[in-house]
Design a protein around this ligand. Sequence first.
Ligand code: SF4
Length: 492
Amino acid sequence: MSTSVLPGERPDRLEEACAVFGVYAPGEDVARMTCFGLQALQHRGQESAGIAVGDGETIMAAKDLGLVTQVFDEASLAALEGFVAVGHARYSTSGGAASWEAAQPHISAIDDVLIALAHNGTLVNTDRIRALLEGRGVQFRSSTDSEVAAKAIGEVTQTTHHLRNGIRRAMEELSGAYAMVLASPSSLYAFRDPNGIRPLCIGELPDGRGWVVSSETCGLDIVGAEYVRDVAPGEIVRFNEEGMHAEQGVPAGKPAACIFEYVYFARPDSVIDGQSVYQARRNMGRILAQEAPAEADLVLGVPDSGVPPALGYAHESGIPYADGIVKNRYVGRTFIEPTQAMRQLGIRLKLNPLRSVIEGQRLVVIDDSIVRGNTSKKLVQMLRDAGATEVHLRIVSPEVGWPCFYGIDTDTRDQLIAANMTLSEMNEWIGSDSLAFISLEGLRASVPDVRCRGFCDACFTGDYPVEIPAAVAKKSLLTKKDFEDVYAEGSQ
Ligand code: SF4
């Protein structure tokens, strides 16, 4: 996606929430494997990284703010000895800005036994559970929903003395999106919410050396694990000396896998629930070319996620594909403040046009989504400045008109351009010659191989698969017009 990520500035994009990774492999360097797994999943969260390792007796953990390679080195990995591990890379949603306390895995004590929990997703009902636990004297170190889940599991386990019961009872109570991995000193657990909103897959190491769980299959590939299957919605899977054992923790609900994983969040080399992400993106471009053709000389993709659909669009339309936008891969999340003048350059810190390709050309530009529209506006201007004679924007997701409450950081509705403008108003404001979005049916048709056959598409439709309590939704579902109406009513 075309985006500028400058310190102190909200990114004009849907941001991923987190990556989780787990290993059960006696005799292997599980901390190192987890470190590599998290590096493969780094695109899902860059604010903090952590690894917890069990050695049969206890759990040891290391975590800090920063990228995986900034947090871990040879010495810190060597200190994490054991045979079961969980890891986490975080982008903050619930729990606010980056902080050490909010970094995961969360460690909880059950009597004298430690557990480590890593969570991808967002829970929507933790206020009540937190208050309940605090009433029983449970103390919290962060404001994250993930810590509430860890403490809830710990509480039940303490009374029933069975970790599986603790997980099951917690799953009955928790509502929202969660793909979690949990390590006890001697076992690994993986479990997923009843709607299966966030992805989680299982892999096996060769020669029976052990098991791996990962947010995406690219995390399995990097450690040489072979994909076995996805964790099913509502399922608890345990790995220990007896092997892999699966059971239904809570009944599965209506399948609601996040369709945006295929558009933008997941790595193109991952396969989620049977569907190649790369192929899905090619399909999106192909279908978009059928739905929204354009008269142009070249098709460009906004790196990275816009490139596969641009290839699909080019192939279907017969318009040549060109690499016309170059991404600076090393300007990412930075703690170094750019100067005000650099800030005004906006996305050129991250994306730069190739004038020699673009000059004098009519362009079809493929991007994955439009959130607030500021970045698209800068992108169009940048391409015109580089000599493009026409810029036709084609977007491979439908209009994002609703916020996500399931682990993706989105703006409130009043900030989302599609919730507040018509298509022609958006086109005019962004400054493109034409603008079109793929239809929801087109997007669904782009993922034909998915096994679950049911998606969450709430950020396009407002049809939320898990009810959002009013206290959580607050004002985030109001458009600008709604605010004006409320203000007008209040002033009468
Ligand atoms: S609301 Fe959108 S981003 Fe959030 S889980 Fe649903 S499809 Fe994914």
